[in-house]
Design a protein around this ligand. Structure first.
Ligand code: MRU
Length: 353
C-alpha cells in the first residue's frame, strides 16, 4: 500500500514537508525556502524522527547553497561550512543528522565547478530521501519474521513513515507483518510530553487500517501483567557500538517492564542510526528541551507557576534489555559489539568509522 502522506520532498527550489506539530487536527504542508526555516522546522519538530531529520538536514544543506555565486569556489566553501554548522546545531541526539551532514561534506569535497557541485549536492539529498524509504521497506521485510499471527505489539513514540522518508522502522516492521496477512494489533503509548504516539502513530496506523489502541504511558505495565502485550518494538535515535539504544524518553521504562514480564523488546533502525564511534550509551548526547513542554499542554499551563520541570527528550535502553536490533542488513543480537559490526561489513552499508 502506498503511503497516505509524504513526509518530506525536494521541490526544485524549496522543500515541502508535512508539519507534524499540527497532526492529527490539521494535515498541512509547509514550504521551506531558507536554512533558518529548516533549522526552525527541525527544532520545533515540524519534521522529526531520526531518519527524517537526516534527510531534512541534507535537503537543508542543498537549499542553503542553491543561490551561491557560480564563479567563486572559496566563497562557496565558506558558505557550505556555515550552512553545515547551522544544521548540525539543531538537535544533538539523532546521529542520522550528523551522518547526513558528513555525507554532504564528502560530496562537497569534489574538485568541481560551483554550478556542478550544486547539482551534485541536490542529487545527493534527493537520493538520501529515496534510499531511506527503500531501507525502511527492507527493515520491515526482515523484521516481520519477529511478529506472529495474533500478536499485540506495544510501540513508543513514532517510528513510522513520518519519522522517516516513508514506511517507517518500528512501524515498518508492524506494517510489513500486517501486509503479509498476519493479524497484528498495536498499543501506542501516548508519549508525553509531546504526544507523538497519540498524535502521530495513531494517525498513521489508523490511516493504514492497522488496528491501534492508544494508552497513557503509565498503562503498559498493567497490560503486560495481564498478558495483553506479546512484543515491543521501537525505533532509535542513536545506537552505540555495544547496542545501547537512545530513543524517546520513556523507552527505557518500557524496556525494563518488558524484561520483567519476559516480553521480547526489539529496536528497528537503519544502519545510519548506528554510531560505532560511540562505544556505549553513556556517550550519547541527550537533548533537553524547554520545560514548558512539560508544564503546559497545547499552551495551557497544567503545573503551578514557579515549579521547575525536567524535560529530557530521550533516554538510553541498555543493550541487555534488547532482544534484537532490526536493520536493513539483518537482525543483530548479543553480543552487539560483534553483530552490529558484521552488519556494517556487508556490501552496501553506509560508511562510518
Ligand atoms: O523527538 P522526536 O519526535 O524526533 O523523537 C523521535 C523518536 O524518538 C523516534 O522513536 C526515533 O527517532 C526513531 S524514528 C524512526
Amino acid at each position: 500500500m502506498k503511503d497516505p502522506f509524504r513526509t518530506i520532498e525536494w521541490k526544485q527550489d524549496h522543500i515541502r514537508l508535512l508539519d507534524q506539530t499540527l497532526l492529527p487536527l490539521r494535515e498541512e504542508y509547509i514550504e521551506i525556502r531558507t536554512v533558518p526555516e529548516m533549522c526552525d522546522a527541525i527544532r520545533r519538530l515540524a519534521v522529526r524522527g531520526a531518519p527524517a531529520i537526516g534527510v531534512a538536514a541534507a535537503m537543508g544543506i542543498a537549499l542553503g547553497i542553491l543561490n551561491a555565486r557560480d564563479d567563486d569556489r572559496g566563497a562557496f566553501d565558506t558558505l557550505f561550512g556555515q550552512v553545515c554548522s547551522e544544521i548540525a546545531a539543531t538537535r544533538p541526539t539523532a546521529v542520522n543528522l550528523f551522518w547526513a551532514v558528513e555525507r554532504m561534506k564528502a560530496k562537497a569535497a569534489a574538485n568541481l565547478d560551483v554550478s556542478e557541485l550544486k547539482k551534485v549536492l541536490v542529487a545527493e539529498a534527493v537520493l538520501m530521501e529515496q534510499e531511506d524509504r527503500m531501507l525502511c521497506e527492507s527493515i520491515g521485510r526482515i523484521g516481520s519474521i519477529l511478529l506472529d499471527e495474533g500478536d499485540t505489539v506495544l510501540t513508543h513514540c513514532n517510528a513510522g513513515g513520518l519519522a522517516t522518508a516513508g514506511y517507517g522502522t518500528a512501524l515498518g516492521v508492524i506494517r510489513a507483518a500486517f501486509e503479509e496477512g498476519k493479524k497484528i494489533r498495536v498499543f501506542a503509548d501516548e508519549t508525553r510530553p509531546l504526544n507523538q504516539g497519540a498524535r502521530i502513530t495513531c494517525w498513521e496506523l489508523h490511516k493504514l487500517g492497522i488496528p491501534v489502541t492508544l494508552i497513557p504511558d503509565n498503562t503498559a505495565a498493567t497490560l503486560m501483567q495481564r498478558g495483553r502485550i506479546q512484543k515491543v518494538i521501537v525505533g532509535a535515535d542513536r545506537i552505540a557500538a555495544n547496542g545501547d539504544a537512545a530513543n524517546k524518553i520513556g523507552t527505557y521504562s518500557v524496556g525494563v517492564l518488558a524484561k520483567y514480564h519476559g516480553i521480547p523488546f526489539y529496536v528497528a533502525a537503519p544502519l545510519s542510526t548506528v554510531d560505532l564511534a560511540t562505544p556505549s550509551g553513556n556517550g550519547i548526547p541527550i537533548e533537553e528541551r524547554d520545560p514548558c513542554e512539560v508544564t503546559h499542554i497545547a499552551g495551557v499551563r497544567i503545573a503551578p507557576e514557579g515549579v521547575p520541570a525536567c524535560n529530557f527528550a530521550f533516554d538510553v535502553t541498555p543493550h541487555h534489555l534488547i532482544a534484537g536490533i532490526v536493520t536493513e542488513n539483518g537482525i543483530a543480537t548479543e553480543p552487539y559489539e560483534e553483530s552490529l559490526r558484521a552488519l556494517f561489513a556487508q556490501k552496501g552499508s553506509p560508511v562510518r568509522s
